[in-house]
Ligand binder design. Sequence first.
Ligand SMILES: [Zn+2]
Length: 233
Amino acid sequence: MARHRQLAESHFVNRIGWLRAAVLGANDGILSTASLIVGVAAASTTQNAVLIAGVAGLVAGAMSMAAGEYVSVSSQSDSENADLARERKELSESPEFELDELAEIYVKRGVDRDLARQVAQQLTAKDALSAHAHDELGISEITTARPVQAALTSAVSFSVGAAMPLLMVVVSPAGVLVPIVSAASLGFLAVLGAIGAKVGGASVLRGTVRVIFWGALAMAFTAGIGKLLGTAV
Ligand SMILES: [Zn+2]
């Protein structure tokens, strides 16, 4: 039963990590595209130009999210693999030293010396590398990096987020484009902020207010810049 509970918990953690990345990606997509649209629209160009800028923003953002995520997760994965290779070598060259090292880790965590030694011996007998990976390097199955999956998740969730303000450009009348895109995007951000807070087990109200505050600030800032440049040209 204890084993069953542990499995259920690790699935839960996994799901949170994945959902959290997707929510963050969508959040980025909404905010950066809405800001871009509001900035370009404030410079009083045509609806078509605003739409083109928005689509370009979606593609550029999705690609840059994917590339950034791929690079960061791959380098994490590279360093994990290098650590594992070094550990494997040490285990085959000096198994006694490695056993002491593992036992010492459990002693530091509060286990009696004799028991720690016993635990280390049994774990080493079962799968020495996995025991060292887990307790010495902090690499567990959950944190095992998957760069392609991470890149795809970010790109797709960013695109879905970015599509929302773009849709607003298409459906809103030209004269009220800025207020409609801003208000709708803040609404989308609020919903996502609430979902993100709920998923992460945090306060829904605080999560929502925070995301609305930063969203409004970003849009007001780019609108101001757009207006400034629009009148200067
Ligand atoms: Zn070791």
